[in-house]
Design a binder for this molecule. Structure first.
Ligand code: AP5
Length: 220
């Protein structure tokens, strides 16, 4: 089963994808995380992505599509994946359909997590992320573990940091880019009968429970 998480930056796509990953036993594939990992490892892809991410712009489609195609070809995605941050343009959506149809598969559901722009600003300025396990926290709504222990339970300590693109000016541009380039996907997936709007302005557990209800309906 391939699930595409859709929503503005900061809607909670990553937070919910991590929870679905555990429940469904499907891999979360986050294009933002893959770019950041490449950046940490100082690969040419990481250097290229940085020049776009720092400004809140999208990395070019050809580079992103090739990277996702390679990621989805690995055995841990054979049963499906939770796509977090991809597709983000109509060209990427068409490429994904093509990739999946080549394997006799298709997108099963597109949850659209809805929140207001003001909520996004509050969330992203308070967001903190672990460099090691990629767990997402918030200084007020979802605090990092006080003892520093990694929630993945591997006994290591979390290495918490603030993302460079979570500065208010960059967040504003990321929102602009979303409305211009990504929001047309709402119509695309609505037309394919795959869109399920979820109210993201609720407590994290409540959003998970609404998501789970929608998923249960398509699995039934
Ligand atoms: P990416 O890393 O994908 O960032 P994004 O889409 O902007 O999404 P975010 O990770 O910022 O937010 P989220 O919705 O996952 O929210 P989260 O769960 O963290 O992309 C970064 C960059 O990479 C892009 O700008 C682009 O340059 C490049 N890129 C990536 N994919 C690309 C692609 N396909 N094509 C081209 N370029 C690409 O939650 C946010 C905060 O809110 C957290 O602190 C969390 O704890 C908190 N929170 C979550 N839910 C709730 C809730 N219900 N109530 C209160 N707080 C909550």
């Amino acid at each position: 089963m391939f699930i595409v998480m859709l929503g503005v930056p900061g809607a909670g796509k990553g937070t919910q994808a991590q929870r679905l990953e555990e429940r469904l036993g499907l891999r979360q594939v986050s294009t933002g995380d893959i770019f950041r990992e490449n950046l940490r490892n100082q690969t040419p892809l990481g250097q290229l992505a940085k020049s776009y991410m720092d400004k809140g712009e999208l990395v070019p489609d050809d580079v992103t599509i090739q990277m996702v195609e390679e990621r989805l070809s690995r055995p841990d995605c054979a049963r499906g994946a939770i796509l977090d941050g991809f597709p983000r343009t109509l060209a990427q959506a068409a490429a994904l359909d093509q990739m999946l149809s080549g394997k006799g598969q298709k997108v099963a559901l597109v949850p659209l997590i809805s929140v207001t722009d003001d909520e996004v600003m509050a969330r992203l300025t308070g967001r903190r992320v672990c460099r090691r396990c990629q767990s997402v926290f918030h200084l007020l709504f979802n605090r990092p573990p006080p003892d520093g222990e990694c929630p993945q339970g591997d006994k290591s300590q979390c290495d918490i940091y603030q993302r460079g693109d979570d500065q208010p000016e960059t967040v504003r541009n990321r929102l602009f880019v979303y409305y211009k380039q990504t929001s047309p996907l709402i119509g695309y997936y609505f037309a394919h009968g795959l869109l399920a709007e979820i109210n993201g302005a609720q407590e994290i557990d409540r959003v998970t429970s609404d998501l789970w209800d929608v998923l249960s309906r398509i699995q039934a």
